[in-house]
Unconditional design. Structure first.
Length: 643
């Protein structure tokens, strides 16, 4: 078949799209054939990512600051030695070499608690750096998990787009053959061409998205994601929103979120900084001792002399140009800044927890509906394809059903991953994602045990728990104004009496009367049984007029007991297809039940029909006699409860 230029272009674009798709997978698989888990990548990030490493270095610097500050408690020992040639034009010795040596010791006795305040400040500061490191670990664990799941998501979305494109190509070929054979319309070819272009665009879009998340993954992890990624399984850590409330989650997060704890300890560290600044108003008292020797005396004569001293030095600054007062103001501002940062950390954490928690609730409720839509669209698509093949559906119907299936599948897939990402965000906001993954930063000591003071804190003082999710009254899917259990969206009687029984549309209804349909032959109280000698034509469920009188005994039994009902049950012989016999026995039983209602004016609730097919034969064989006995209609009179 000779293709037109337009068709050639379409085929070329389709081939290019497929090549791009395979190229994207080749670029993202990193050449690995084994499946790699999220834990492996998070462990690599926590121990190698430069931002985490920088935070770890800051902790090491803070720990050294403590040791530096502690040095102020220890004595300072200095050695001074000089050897100098002197040439002068006076004195007895005008040219000579002179040597001096001195050792001095200074021990701080009192410095206004400057040293102790700095030690306390740096000890709390190292705890701040410790929690900041944990926060960076949590943040990078979260970013890695989100990038990991995004790679999985867009790989699946790309596969979905490719399948959609393949379907459009198949339909295009079918329409093209019809047009060239002279039995198809040129307009259909134009229509499928436009839809084919859209399907190709969808593939290119997903390829671009996959490229972007792969680049993000590479930035975080340092390597491209493997071809096979293990599904994320954190079920043991998932929050059951039907059991755990937002108040409990937030209260727990206040105690475990590392950024919030870092902000709390930072306030304490800055308060010790105020004490350090205030020490400038205190005198300085030091113990000093020294011993020195020199080869020339005071007159520069060649006469070795020595000198030793020990004593206490006292100094007190009376005026320093206002610098000390400014230092105190600066320290107080640092405390206020730390409080503002604490408030921000608390508010940010509360928002993250609330949004993630609400996403879990909403998406969990959405998933069944999205899945039902996806499955329904799939069934419609398959049915329309079969009907289009035999000419019972238009091309537009077929393309619309294919597009709806693609969009519904995409929405369901995105919702699944959005739910998983919300759960991961909730774990990270609670400071427990890395712990849940079993990941720790190697070589980090438990600095919290080295804190000057462990802080217990009531978060209600800053950002108390506030319920932000909508009340049911503001949710059209849950709003029930009269509290009858039927939401207003489906309630035709929104003012029904409180506590009254209502039907499926919210209107008051009486207690349903007992029905024969509520019972089966196995659980009903059977009063009497009748074998109804009714014969049917082959493959027919019509009751012939000559058999109508055979219902009389059943009618009399029902009229004799107003609280009785009847189960009409049909049976089939063992020959033939079992599924067909099942349906046939049901139709015949229903035909007899319908005739009973019309002929005797029996309330429909007192009559039910059921087909048993081949499941309850009287004779377990397929002879002509056995088939005649097994092919039967029976009636079981049952006792119904009083109304």
């Amino acid at each position: 078949m000779k293709l037109t230029k337009k068709v050639l272009r379409k085929v070329a674009i389709g081939v290019a799209g497929t090549a791009l798709a395979h190229g994207a997978y080749a670029q993202t698989n990193g050449g690995e054939s084994t499946s790699v888990s999220l834990e492996n990548y998070v462990r690599k990030v926590v121990n190698e990512n430069p931002e985490v490493q920088a935070s770890w270095r800051q902790l090491q610097v803070a720990m050294s600051d403590v040791d530096i500050a502690r040095g102020g408690f220890r004595p300072q020992v200095d050695v001074l030695a000089t050897s100098a040639y002197t040439d002068r034009n006076y004195g007895l010795d005008r040219e000579y070499m002179g040597h001096t040596a001195e050792i001095a010791l200074t021990q701080m006795l009192y410095d206004g608690f400057l040293t102790s305040s700095e030690v306390k400040q740096f000890k709390q500061a190292q705890v701040v750096r410790y929690f900041e490191l944990l926060g960076e670990v949590e943040q990078k664990s979260l970013e890695t998990a989100l990038a990991y799941m995004d790679v999985q998501l867009f790989r699946e979305l790309l596969k979905l787009a490719e399948e959609n494109l393949i379907t459009h190509v198949d339909v295009f070929k079918q329409i093209e053959d019809s047009v060239e054979a002279g039995v198809g319309r040129r307009a259909d070819l134009e229509q499928i061409s436009g839809r084919l272009s859209l399907a190709e665009s969808n593939v290119l879009t997903e390829l671009s998205n996959l490229h972007d998340v792969t680049a993000r993954f590479l930035r975080l992890v340092g390597v491209k994601p493997a071809d096979r990624l293990t599904p994320v399984t954190l079920n043991s850590a998932y929050v059951d929103t039907s059991v755990t409330g937002i108040n409990t989650l937030l209260t727990n997060a206040y105690g475990t979120n590392p950024q919030f704890n870092a902000a709390i300890y930072n306030i304490d560290a800055q308060r010790y900084g105020v004490d350090s600044a205030k020490s400038l108003y205190h005198p300085q008292v030091n113990l000093t001792a020294s011993y020195g020797a020199q080869t020339r005396d005071q007159a520069a004569l060649n006469n070795t002399i020595t000198e030793a001293s020990v004593g206490v030095n006292f100094s007190y600054n009376l005026y320093n140009g206002g610098s000390d007062r400014a230092a105190i103001r600066q320290a107080l501002s640092q405390v206020d800044l730390a409080k503002d940062l604490r408030d921000k950390a608390c508010i940010d954490m509360r928002q993250t927890v609330q949004i993630a928690y609400n996403d879990i609730i909403n998406i969990t409720e959405q998933l069944p509906s999205l899945n039902a839509h996806r499955l329904s669209s799939d069934r419609v698509k398959s049915a329309y394809m079969d009907q289009f093949t035999i000419g019972e559906r238009s091309l537009l119907d077929l393309l619309d059903s294919e597009n709806e299936y693609y969009e519904s599948s995409r929405a369901y897939l995105e919702a699944q991953y959005t739910l998983e990402k919300a759960r991961v965000r909730l774990l990270a906001a609670s400071g427990s994602l890395a712990q849940t993954l079993g990941i720790t930063k190697e070589g980090v000591p438990d600095v919290l045990d080295m804190a000057e003071e462990k802080i217990s804190y009531d978060p209600n003082y800053v950002c108390p728990v506030v319920r932000t999710n909508f009340e049911d009254e503001r949710n059209i899917l849950k709003r029930d104004s009269d509290g009858d259990g039927i939401v207003d969206l489906w309630d035709d009687c929104v003012d029904s009496t409180p506590g009254a029984m209502v039907n499926d549309f919210g209107c008051e209804a009486k207690e349903p009367e007992p029905s024969a349909a509520d019972f089966t032959l196995d659980d009903a109280q059977i009063i009497d049984s009748f074998k109804m000698n009714i014969e049917f034509a082959s493959n027919s469920s019509d009751v012939l007029p000559e058999y109508e009188n055979n219902l009389q005994s059943v009618i009399e039994a029902l009229n004799a007991n107003p609280n009785s009902g009847v189960i009409i049950h049909g049976h089939a012989s063992l020959d033939g297809d079992a599924a067909y016999n099942q349906r046939l026995s049901e139709r015949r039983a229903k035909a007899v039940a319908s005739l009973l209602m019309t002929k005797a004016n029996i309330a429909p609730r007192r009559i039910t029909a059921v087909g048993y097919g081949e499941s309850r034969p009287l004779v377990d064989e397929e002879s002509e006699a056995a088939n005649a006995r097994n092919r039967r209609i029976e009636a079981a009179i049952i006792q119904l409860p009083s109304s």
